[in-house]
Design a protein around this ligand. Structure first.
Ligand code: BZS
Ligand code: CA
Ligand code: ZN
Length: 454
């Protein structure tokens, strides 16, 4: 099944010269230039074509961390190897350093996006002329948000918390009874689509709006949570990346934002750009062409800054109102907690009780959805991740959910639309568990007396 890397690259080169040989008009049809992505020219797209590789001999977190600090973003961790997506330059760099790369034939990632799909009735879940794609584009996402807010005006309110690098709205929907008033209730934050290609996470946000809207006043737990908590949902933290990933005929496997860097490479990894031990520990890259590029400084990424400012704005009367947070990613079916920058279970500001509360609630959530619970550094080290900042700087119990599928075989970043309903509803119980624990996470370890009696 697997072709050698050289084989694939020859194919890529052939495709590239074919694309360049096409008349301009035909090229425009093959890969329409995206007017809304100012930095994304067709040529840049082709010359940085990105393939997926399996890297052998990656059985330990230390080995995976080393690969990460060499600039690779790991898509998925297998028992003895990992899958990465890399452009040709990165792949070459890794091979020079002695890594064994095998190109994996692209499968689901070749699926077309709906934006430029003109009637390929056999293209299944990613959209046809008659059946709209089940994955929302950025514009469709906003339309869906607006319609929920219109449908449930007392329960949902839209806040534009800032703009992306290219100027798109970054939207947070507040969901709570008496939604217009900032009440004294524990607040919970769900963030989605920080990484461009992880579109299932945007569907997760839309599911939550739909479900909570429909179940308020019907389901006792949902009703109680929306009466006693204030929920913030950010359906796309990376609108520029989402649009870029969807706006040619096929998905681009894009992860980062679309902000220029000091080189010709584009994009900062938002999840390596937060201002807690930024770049400290070999868990990110200073190479702008890397998928885990950490940016020029902490919060140099526009979207990182928008989220951090929003979270800081929730400090009221000296107290951070947000108690708990889930950052939804895909894929691998994992529940992760901090710290990511160290292999140690505890660290400065994270004592054994903190860690035990993280792990206990994390495992309860995992028992409900079948994901695997673990400290994120069990995978590989990361620095500047959102979870480390949320806990280390804001003392927010912050988890990462890596959604469906478990492995690349289930479609990787682009699973068929037919799984959306099942795989979003799968997290209903876990979200409620976190919300129910958010008033006192230490109750889960029997230490509410010590930590939560005001
Ligand atoms: C992803 C994987 C994600 C990352 C894993 C992770 C999250 C590690 C948080 C540490 C902390 O992109 O879905 O590498 O950013
Ligand atoms: Ca409040
Ligand atoms: Zn991600």
């Amino acid at each position: 099944m697997r072709t050698s890397r050289r084989g694939r690259r020859t194919t890529a080169a052939a495709l590239l010269s074919l694309a360049l040989a096409l008349p301009l008009g035909a090229q425009a049809i093959a890969a329409p230039p995206s007017s809304s992505d100012r930095s994304g020219s067709g040529t840049a797209t082709h010359s940085s074509e990105r393939l997926q590789y399996e890297v052998a001999g990656m059985g330990t977190a230390a080995q995976r961390t080393q690969l990460t600090s060499a600039g690779a973003a790991i898509d998925s961790v297998l028992d003895h190897s990992v899958l990465i997506t890399a452009d040709a330059a990165t792949a070459e760099r890794l091979e020079k350093r002695g890594y064994q790369l095998t190109a994996v034939p692209a499968a689901a990632g070749e699926a077309r996006t709906h934006d430029h799909d003109h009637g390929h009735a056999d293209e299944g879940d990613f959209g046809t002329a008659n059946v709209p794609s089940q994955y929302h584009s950025y514009a469709q996402m906003n339309a869906a948000v607006d319609s929920y807010v219109r449908q449930y005006p007392n329960l949902m309110r839209k806040h534009v918390i800032g703009r992306s690098y290219q100027g798109r709205d970054i939207v947070a929907v507040k969901v709570s009874s008496n939604v217009r008033v900032d009440e004294n209730k524990p607040e919970i934050l769900f963030t989605h689509n920080m990484h461009a290609r992880e579109h299932l996470t945007t569907e997760m946000a839309l599911y939550t709006l739909r479900e909570f809207g429909a179940q308020y006043g019907r389901d006792a737990r949902v009703t109680r949570m929306l009466d006693e908590r204030e929920l913030w949902i950010i359906p796309s933290l990376n609108p520029d990346g989402k649009v870029y990933d969807m706006s040619s005929g096929s998905f681009r496997n894009w992860r980062k934002n679309r902000q220029p860097t000091p080189t010709s490479a584009v994009g900062t990894d938002i999840n390596r750009n937060f201002a807690y031990r930024w770049g400290c520990c070999g868990g990110s890259s200073n190479n702008p062409s890397s998928d885990v590029y950490r940016g020029t400084g902490p919060e140099s990424g526009t979207e990182t800054r928008v989220l951090a400012n929003f979270v800081r704005s929730r400090i009221v009367g000296g107290e951070q109102q947000i108690a708990a947070h889930i950052d939804f990613h895909s894929y691998s079916e994992l529940i992760l907690w901090p710290y990511g920058y160290t292999y140690n279970d505890t660290g400065p500001g994270l004592n054994q009780d903190d860690r035990d509360a993280f792990a206990t609630v994390g495992r309860q959530m995992a028992a409900s959805n079948g994901y695997r619970p673990q400290q994120s550094s069990d995978l590989y080290l990361t620095d500047g991740s959102v979870n480390d900042w949320m806990w280390g700087e804001q003392r927010i119990f912050s988890y990462t959910f890596e959604m469906y599928p478990r492995s690349a075989a289930g479609g990787g970043f682009y699973p068929p639309g037919s799984v959306i309903n099942r795989e979003t509803a799968r997290n209903r119980e876990a979200m409620l568990i976190l919300m129910e624990n958010a008033d006192c996470m230490y109750r889960s370890i029997g230490k509410q007396q010590q930590y939560c009696s005001a």
